[in-house]
Design a protein around this ligand. Structure first.
Ligand SMILES: Cc1ncc(COP(=O)(O)O)c(C=O)c1O
Length: 393
């Protein structure tokens, strides 16, 4: 019996679970009996230490304001040092209500209406609306896609930026392309930004979910880069705690930190979610073994999806993921337009994935499939997809 049982199905319907309980509202009647493989949370129970921390809180029964974050801060610092070789000072860490919240605070703290913000597309879909909601515009920079692999295109970026380009929102590792950016790639984009006075917001939320790395913390590259970088990390993706909406903004530069903190004050963010802190501390302090077991399980799921696409879906390519549990399936070789691909997924296979076009330019013709689920569920989903595309055989 393995120490952690990721094969165990855990029913989530009726638990106020966005992934399962908003299927009908989001995807319509076709969702009945569907397998949700879209939004990025996992079908697995959190590490036992997290459940124990919550159990203790529930048994205590008083759920007032949270205070004394010293254990929580120590747990984050220990994790960053152990898993990422990064020394984080206690004072650098600010707590946000998740990373989308943090990115929006960064836009408000550092940009003025009319500024340009670089997004390397296709990219995590809430970024573009966040940029626009804060009065800025997206400076789109398509990732180059060659032989099933993505790379940054700095030549095209040089042509796209201008004097009002203020910020890069970097996704590292990248969702949905699955790339772990190398040291060289990160150094090149950082130098590009530093030369032009562009601030780097480095969303590293997927940094623990790496199969082929290593992941490099952008801010660890040099003091000069750190001074122009705001880093976001979170226990939410790593340990499946997304409902806790608690993220880390790690900012070593005092002036950047002051501006960010001022924006938090303006939003009345004086204290965070008690349960988020408790879960994050327990996970970071005691979650190593669980994460190592999870990564082995996810790697096997990733390989299963890759084999499936290569052997059983003609014209479909599963982009090789260095990181994340979000398969990025390229249907362009089938010659089908997205509405037809989506129709087959949602109406025939009844497997609900994110549509490629929702990730912006470069996304159409792809489907993003979340394989962080028990293997029998993944097998069932892949079998259904195979039947829906049986004419490709
Ligand atoms: C790159 C990236 N950033 C942020 C988030 C969401 O973070 P949060 O739920 O903490 O806002 C996700 C979730 O999938 C993500 O992929």
């Amino acid at each position: 019996m393995p120490a952690f049982d990721f094969d165990r199905p855990i029913p989530r319907l009726g638990t106020h679970c966005a992934k399962w309980d908003s299927l009908a509202a989001r995807f319509g009647a076709h969702a009945a009996g569907a397998l949700p493989m879209w939004v990025a949370d996992m079908e697995f129970a959190a590490p036992p230490a997290v459940t124990e921390a919550l159990r203790a809180a529930v048994e205590h029964g008083v759920h007032g304001y949270y205070g004394d974050p010293s254990g929580y801060i120590a747990a984050i610092r220990g994790w960053m040092k152990r898993r990422h070789g990064w020394d984080v000072e206690p004072g650098w860490i600010l707590t946000t209500a998740g990373i989308v919240n943090g990115v929006n605070l960064a836009l408000q703290a550092y940009c003025r209406p009319g500024d340009g913000v670089i997004l390397q597309q296709p990219i995590y879909h809430p970024f573009a609306p966040s940029v626009q909601a804060n009065g800025c515009h997206v400076v789109g920079n398509l990732l180059a896609y060659e032989d099933g692999r993505y790379r940054m295109d700095l030549d095209a970026l040089a042509k796209a930026v201008d004097a009002r380009t203020r910020m890069l929102i970097l996704c590292s590792p990248h969702n949905p392309c699955g790339r772990v950016w190398t040291r060289e790639e990160l150094t090149a984009i950082a130098e590009f930004c530093l030369e032009r006075g562009i601030l780097i917001v480095s969303d590293e939320i997927h940094h623990d979910l790496v199969f082929d790395g290593p992941h490099t913390v952008m801010a660890s590259l040099s003091p000069e880069i750190a001074a122009r970088t705001v880093t976001f990390t979170s226990s939410s993706k790593t340990f499946n705690l997304a409902g806790g909406h608690t993220g880390n903004a790690i900012i070593s530069d005092p002036e950047l930190r002051r501006l960010f903190h001022r924006q938090m004050e303006r939003c009345g963010m004086l204290t965070g979610n008690r349960f988020g802190y408790l879960m994050a501390e327990a996970a970071y302090a005691e979650g190593d073994e669980w994460l190592d077991a999870l990564l082995a399980y996810l790697r096997a799921n990733r390989d299963m999806v890759d084999r499936f696409a290569a052997e059983r879906l003609k014209g479909v390519r599963s982009v090789k993921l260095d990181a994340t549990y979000l398969a990025w399936l390229d249907f362009s070789g089938t010659g089908m337009a997205e509405p037809e691909i989506v129709r087959r997924f949602e109406r025939e296979a009844k497997v609900i994935c994110n549509h490629g076009s929702s990730f912006g330019p470069g996304g159409a013709g792809f489907m993003r499939l979340n394989f962080a689920c028990p293997r029998p569920m993944l097998e069932e989903a892949l079998g259904r997809i195979e039947s829906a595309f049986s004419d490709l055989q």
